[in-house]
Design a protein around this ligand. Structure first.
Ligand SMILES: Nc1ncnc2c1ncn2[C@@H]1O[C@H](COP(=O)(O)OP(=O)(O)O)[C@@H](O)[C@H]1O
Ligand SMILES: [Mg+2]
Length: 327
């Protein structure tokens, strides 16, 4: 079955006086309809840039320098701006993070949802109002008639995040890109929002790419994981297999930071060092300076992502050979 979203060899550069930052370096990925794919990695690895690039929304002076983004087979990057604007929302939608300023404080939440609806469909005021109430109900906002008439400051953080999700869904997209949608929320609210995304994917056949730096939160809710380091995907695979036996030392390091029952968090080693400055990457594997398994050849050669069996892939010269003997 063809993927809903297919990204091929995507590159995004930010020019800087001291050199070019390649924030996304030849990234390929796919998301099927009904699938929730997590994109994880430390801060500064290029996750947000990749997410934005999927909607062609990379902030200036950033630029997509290579690659293709296919939504249901259609190359979004080749569309004229007007077509692209229509696709944004109706084809692929961005779920912003609820940081306090994502909603307009002087409009009711219902009016804001209605505005998005009317931008994409020929609805009169009353129809749009009714549809907005329905949109709020769909994302689990209780008493949506009353809630639609309220202003953002009358909403809790979790309810505001749900309202933002309602707006992202308003134009009927097939694919959602959510960039750390729950980071500002407490654990219970996070679980509620992620559950909702999971349910929407399953019931409405949405594809979801969920950007997060928290492997633990998404473990139970995502189908597959992409691990990004220094602008590249270094490992990918089904959540269960990847969690049970990570192949890349970086994935191993990320997982070591996830608290598990019976193991006190403080006993787990964190990954030493920091994400490198992407304008001045070390030679060879970008993770080598922080990697306990690195050898001389790691500092010499950039490893490419190679199939590792069972829908998995890894970019590491020292990764254990796969059982299928693919590598
Ligand atoms: N607007 C921007 N202008 C210049 N450089 C940027 C901009 N946004 C991000 N970058 C650079 O791109 C790299 C990746 O950043 P980002 O995509 O935000 O990573 P993440 O979301 O994983 O934290 C970083 O080195 C960052 O400095
Ligand atoms: Mg980010």
């Amino acid at each position: 079955m063809a993927a809903l979203l297919e990204v091929r060899e995507l590159c995004v550069d930010y020019p800087r006086p001291d050199g070019t930052v390649r924030a996304v370096d030849r990234v390929s990925l796919h998301v099927h309809a009904g699938e929730v794919v997590a994109l994880v990695g430390e801060s500064g690895c290029g996750k947000s840039t990749l997410g934005l690039a999927l909607l062609s929304l990379v902030p200036s002076p950033g630029r997509i320098t290579a690659g293709r983004v296919l939504l249901a087979g259609e190359d979004l990057l080749a569309l004229p701006e007007r077509e692209l604007r229509r696709k944004r929302g109706a084809g692929i939608a961005w779920v912003p993070q609820e940081t306090g300023d994502a909603l307009n404080p002087v409009l009711t939440v219902g009016a804001q949802v209605a505005e998005v609806l009317r931008a994409h469909r020929p609805l009169d005021r009353e129809e749009a109002r009714r549809e907005a109430v329905r949109a709020l109900a769909r994302v689990g906002i209780p008493d949506p008639e009353r809630r639609a008439r309220q202003y953002p400051h009358e909403y809790s953080g979790g309810m505001k995040q749900r309202a933002l999700l309602a707006m992202a869904l308003a134009a009927g997209p097939r694919m959602l890109v959510a960039d750390e949608p729950t980071t500002a929320l407490d654990v219970t609210l996070q679980a509620g929002i992620l559950d909702l995304l999971r349910r929407l994917a399953g019931q409405e056949d949405l594809g979801v790419l969920l950007v997060t730096h928290d492997l633990g939160v998404v473990a139970a809710l995502c189908d597959r994981v992409l691990v990004m380091y220094a602008g590249r995907v270094v490992e990918e695979g089904p959540v269960d297999a990847l969690f049970a036996a990570p192949l890349h030392p970086y994935t191993e390091g990320l997982l070591a930071g996830v608290p598990r029952p019976g193991i006190p968090r403080g006993r787990l080693p964190a990954i030493p060092g920091q994400v490198p400055d992407l304008a001045h990457l070390p030679p060879g594997c970008a993770f080598a300076p922080r990697c306990s398994r690195a050898t001389d050849r790691c500092r010499d050669r950039v490893p490419v992502l190679e199939p590792a069996g069972e829908g998995r892939a890894v970019a590491c010269l020292e990764a254990p050979p796969s059982r299928e003997g693919v590598r």
